[in-house]
Write a new protein. Structure first.
Length: 275
């Protein structure tokens, strides 16, 4: 049985950020198939318009780095579809490469989108949900928030922040009727990993796998879950001895995979994220 096939999601209003591509679009697709009332937002106005038209849902331009844009997105969602039951904070970018090569603008942009965008979105949604006594905020982080790796320093920092922020907010809102969940995808077959050389140790999944976990978590809220669930071991990484971490990174290729990549294969994605 597919998540949502027995009507748990029918007519729930779900807003998805970063919904024009990848995990966001697949999440919107699965929610739509489960009879939810879905609205997607994305900074790429043309892409979100096409994605929304393809699904037959509402699509709105959204810049998650601006709190006023998020407020406008939720206001317009409620105007067109109804009060938001679930917000999926999915928008994110993943720059890779040596830390010393990052310029200030890219560092700030990554934190603004990957961490502050989640915080602004969560606050805007919670201010609507708490007075109603129900709601669900689903924040898409990454296993990278638990697996620090060379070449992913800023992304690691942002996603670790999302995980801890979400845990804290879930605890704070626990008596309000509003749930906060964190989804931690493994490396997913989207533009984020273009130009990277994966291997048998690097678990890469399709967007459908991550989206299915998002949908399952909306149906049955959990504070934190990996996608796929088999990657849940990453939560224990912080207690591993440093020597073991170094040996593991070397054995799996995680010591260099995000430092060495094919420039031409990654060029389109890098241009899109401003790297």
């Amino acid at each position: 049985m597919k998540p949502g096939s027995n009507d748990e999601l029918r007519d729930k209003v779900v807003a998805v950020t970063g919904g024009a591509r990848g995990i966001g679009f697949e999440t919107a697709t699965q929610l739509f198939d489960a009879k939810a009332r879905v609205v997607i937002g994305d900074i790429d106005g043309d892409a979100v318009g096409k994605a929304a038209a393809d699904l037959g849902i509402e699509g709105l331009e959204l810049d998650v780095t601006k709190p006023e844009s998020i407020e406008a997105f939720l206001d317009e969602t409620e105007k067109r579809v109804g009060p938001v039951d679930v917000l999926v904070n999915n928008a994110g970018i993943m720059p890779v490469g040596p830390f010393l090569n990052y310029d200030a603008a890219l560092i700030r942009r990554t934190i603004d989108i990957d961490l502050l965008g989640v915080i602004w979105g969560s606050q805007a949604a919670a201010r609507r949900m708490v007075p109603r006594g129900h709601g669900h905020i689903v924040n898409v982080a990454s296993v990278a928030g638990r697996l620090p790796m060379p070449g992913l320093t800023i992304y690691n920092a942002a996603k670790a922040g999302v995980i801890e922020f979400s845990d804290a907010l879930n605890a704070e809102l626990s008596e309000s009727g509003v749930n906060v969940s964190t989804i931690m995808p493994s490396f997913t077959n989207t533009g984020l990993i273009s130009g990277l050389e994966t291997n048998r140790y690097i678990r890469v999944v399709e967007p459908e796998v991550v989206a299915a976990q998002v949908v399952a978590t909306i149906i049955k809220p959990q504070a934190r879950v990996a996608a796929p669930r088999s990657m849940g071991w990453v939560n224990s990484n912080s207690i591993m001895p440093q020597g073991l971490k170094r040996r593991t990174r070397k054995m799996t290729g995680l010591d260099h995979i995000f430092l060495q990549y094919d420039d031409s294969s990654r060029a389109e994605y890098n241009k899109r994220i401003g790297q």
